[in-house]
Write a protein that binds this ligand. Structure first.
Ligand code: AMP
Ligand code: MN
Ligand code: MN
Ligand code: MN
Length: 287
């Protein structure tokens, strides 16, 4: 294994069919290995049921692996994603917290379909369900795939823009986990909590400051600086935020699908040498 402080190609954020990715955990592992990933974490939304498969596949490729998860959190009227890295995926409190967080997705999906039907798009629930790999985890991404497949939109970003963002016909307000709970589940399962893709939230500077401060107060330790959805300028901005808030830095593609993802596994720019990488804390959690 490369020594951790010199390890450069870590990819600590991606999805499989266990949440809203299109590749099975084994196929994501194979793709990561082929891309030269030196430390890999699978981070499905609100789910750890792909971790055992991912770990076994990573081991078969000789690729160091961390168990991960991306938890949906409601904070200051918005959805924030908190990535947990190096968790014990069998930890009872984590498993129960994730189960509770997933609960309500089914009902939400039916309400989303009703909203879409009201603007002339029938059958969206059944259509989305055809894309779902895990019946416990129907997500907006599955609706987006249905709306592209049925020709209503040309691509997934267009679906979100027109139908699935806040204020649009297929958007349904949902209560996710509390920030403090998500951080506690991760920490008490032996993991490190990381604020995912911070540039993607539409917070005011005050609300963003509150997010970072409260996250730290709850025991959060890291922030994604280099991620598939950050521009170079955003990576610079969150390099500064990581230094200001004394957070460790993470790096992850947020890969979902060969056809849809902006960023390939293992193909991100490096973290700034000014930053302390989150994996320095996680060496003992690697399998
Ligand atoms: P959900 O957890 O059901 O609300 O779905 C959230 C998922 O939708 C995210 O994890 C992304 O994969 C996807 N998503 C959110 N916003 C966008 C967007 N603007 N364009 C493409 N995908 C998006
Ligand atoms: Mn997703
Ligand atoms: Mn996310
Ligand atoms: Mn993600």
């Amino acid at each position: 294994m490369p020594r951790f402080h010199v390890l450069s190609n870590a990819d600590l954020h991606c999805h499989s069919t266990v949440s809203d990715g299109t590749l099975a955990p084994e196929a994501v592992a194979a793709r990561a290995a082929a891309q030269g990933v030196e430390l890999w974490a699978l981070t499905d939304h609100d789910e750890v049921s792909g971790i055992a498969r991912a770990r076994a596949a990573a081991q078969a490729h000789g690729m160091p692996f961390l168990a991960g998860v991306e938890i949906s959190v409601s904070f200051a009227g918005q959805v924030v994603h908190i990535v947990g890295l190096g968790v014990d995926e069998t930890d009872a409190q984590l498993v129960e917290g994730l189960r509770a967080t997933r609960g309500g997705r089914e009902q939400r999906a039916r309400e989303m379909a009703a909203g879409l039907a009201a603007v002339g798009i029938p059958g969206a629930y059944e259509g989305a369900l055809k894309h779902v790999g895990n019946p416990d985890l129907i997500s907006r991404t599955h609706f987006a795939r249905f709306l592209v497949e049925s020709g209503v939109c040309n691509d997934i970003p267009e679906v979100f823009r027109r139908f699935l963002k806040e204020g649009k016909p297929g958007y349904v307000e949902h209560r996710w986990a509390a920030l403090g709970d998500a951080v506690r589940w991760i920490r008490e399962a032996g993991g490190v909590a990381v604020i995912a893709h911070p540039a993607r939230y539409a917070f005011s500077p005050t609300a963003e400051f509150a997010l970072f401060s409260e996250f730290k107060t709850h025991g959060g330790q890291g922030v994604e600086v280099v991620t598939g959805s950050h521009s170079d300028a955003e990576a610079v901005r969150y390099t500064d935020m990581a230094l200001e808030f004394e957070l460790l830095a993470s790096r992850g593609s947020d890969f979902h699908s060969p056809a849809e993802s902006r960023t390939e596994l293992g193909s991100l720019p490096p973290l700034s040498a000014k930053l302390r990488p989150v994996w320095e804390l996680l060496e003992a959690r690697v399998s």
